[in-house]
Ligand binder design. Structure first.
Ligand code: PLP
Length: 452
């Protein structure tokens, strides 16, 4: 911080304050974690200065021998960690990884057959008329993914994201009674909709997904199964999600972030079956800018950490802790979507406390408990105010929390939510954002949260 502070002290101060904040609060954001010092330090060095478009051994720039070393190591660790035939470690984020995957499916399943039919090897050799026809065909494809309010992600074909503009999208939801994924309904929708891509994976669904069944559905309708395991990659790496619940042997392509439950640097990755490997490797410059060598190096370090036997114990504790948190909340009267969890996520429906998700999120933040508001299935408050808060256990599990600490955390959450009431706007109408928490409770809870 001294070195940084000598140049721009306000940045050094913000970094110091971030460390203090993250230590003094209970970080329950399901997509966050604490990367190790080894991972953090690997990102701050001279590899950052190097340009390296291309792939290992095939670069568009000279002098990439050290980048080749770290990229090859990251890919090798990833293949070993996940038992995947191919790993592409260049994506800068989860969104980018999905874009690479979507492009790879379009390239392999739509563009390549069109080139073959036209008797050419490269798009530049197509006649203008054939190229126009191919562009129309590429833009005329369908994606079926989990609906946003069931826990799907914007990048799975929704309009605010480029994927929603690339594909005609349809969604599958969860069973209104149980809140669980209804595979028969997914199959029915897939039969009707006939997507090119069947997308599985989620940001806010608190249960495992049976990827073997998803693959059966994809095969039945001739779709390509892409699984976005951004949230639960750490549970796959730690073999908590195995067999039918491990996406890697079942999906054609798997995408992930590296910074959530996997506990690496911020970034993305694509794992692919051999048939998609070449197209995936063309991610840069197709949809990605030049790779970030320092981040690929940090991915290699994080994957090496995840290959240590201790990581499996960490992954299991993430889930055990989520179960403790869920039980602690339920015992104290909270309502959970699906009634519990079998991954790292607990989704609380806060309407039972008379609050919107936004009010609950803010009241908890005042009390030193960092969460995020999240829509629940068929949410009457929409995606901005919402009726839920999403809680996740990876970060606090990294800090050493066990069942007792998570039970205490559940107690603090319920104390805050049950002592918070919505307030009215100036004209007297109920506000979806404003709230009041019983006098002094937020301060007391903040002290208690720091103590846990
Ligand atoms: N996919 C899923 C399922 C996610 O939850 C997220 C992020 O929250 C992403 C993709 C996007 O990741 P990033 O923010 O690294 O682009």
């Amino acid at each position: 911080l001294q070195v940084i502070g000598a140049v721009e002290p306000r940045v050094a101060d913000a970094i110091g304050a971030e460390l203090a904040d993250q230590r003094a609060s209970l970080k329950l954001i399901a997509s966050e974690n604490y990367a190790s010092p080894a991972v953090l330090l690997t990102m701050g060095n001279w590899l950052s200065d190097k340009y390296a478009e291309g792939t290992v051994g095939h670069r568009f720039y000279a002098g990439c021998q050290n980048v080749d070393t770290v990229e090859a190591l990251a890919a090798e660790h990833a293949r070993e960690l996940f038992g995947a035939p191919h790993a592409y470690v260049q994506p800068h984020s989860g969104i980018d990884a999905n874009l690479v995957a979507f492009w790879a499916v379009l390239a392999s399943r739509v563009e390549a057959p069109a080139l073959e039919k036209a008797g050419v090897r490269h798009v530049n050799e197509l006649t203008d008329a054939d190229w126009a026809a191919l562009r129309r065909q590429l833009g005329d494809q369908r994606m079926l993914g989990m609906s946003l309010d069931a826990g799907g992600h914007l990048t799975h074909g929704f309009r605010p994201n480029i994927s929603g503009k690339m594909f005609e999208q349809s969604s599958y939801g969860t069973d209104p009674g149980s809140g669980l994924l209804d595979y028969d309904a997914v199959r029915e929708r897939a039969r009707e909709f006939r997507p090119l891509i069947l997308m599985a994976g989620y940001s806010a669904y608190p249960r495992r997904v049976d990827f073997a069944r998803m693959r059966e559905i994809a095969d039945e309708v001739g779709a390509t199964l892409v699984v976005d395991m951004a949230h639960f990659a750490g549970l796959v790496a730690g073999k908590v999600f195995a067999g039918d619940f491990d996406p890697v042997p079942h999906a054609h392509v798997v995408t992930t972030t590296t910074h959530k439950s996997l506990r690496g640097p911020r970034g993305g990755m694509v794992l692919a079956q051999p048939e998609f490997a070449d197209a995936v490797d063309r991610g840069c410059p197709m949809v990605l800018g030049g790779p970030l060598p320092h981040v690929m190096a940090a991915k290699a370090v994080a994957f090496a950490e995840a290959r240590q036997p201790a990581f499996a114990g960490y992954a299991q504790r993430i889930v055990d802790n989520a179960v403790s948190l869920a039980e602690g909340l339920t015992r104290r009267g909270a309502t959970l979507v699906t009634g519990g969890t079998d991954n790292h996520i607990v989704l609380v429906d806060v309407s039972g406390f008379g609050l919107t998700g936004r009010q609950a999120e803010s009241a908890l933040l005042d009390a030193g408990i960092v969460t995020n508001r999240n829509a629940v299935p068929a949410d009457p408050n929409g995606a901005w105010y919402t009726s839920g808060i999403r809680l996740g256990t990876p970060a606090l599990t990294t800090r050493g929390f066990g069942a007792d600490e998570f039970d205490r955390t559940a107690e603090l959450i319920v104390d805050v939510l049950s002592s918070t009431t919505p307030t009215a706007t100036r004209d007297g109408s109920p506000s979806k954002a404003k709230y009041a928490t019983a006098d002094g409770l937020a301060d007391r809870t903040r002290d208690a949260a720091a103590e846990v």
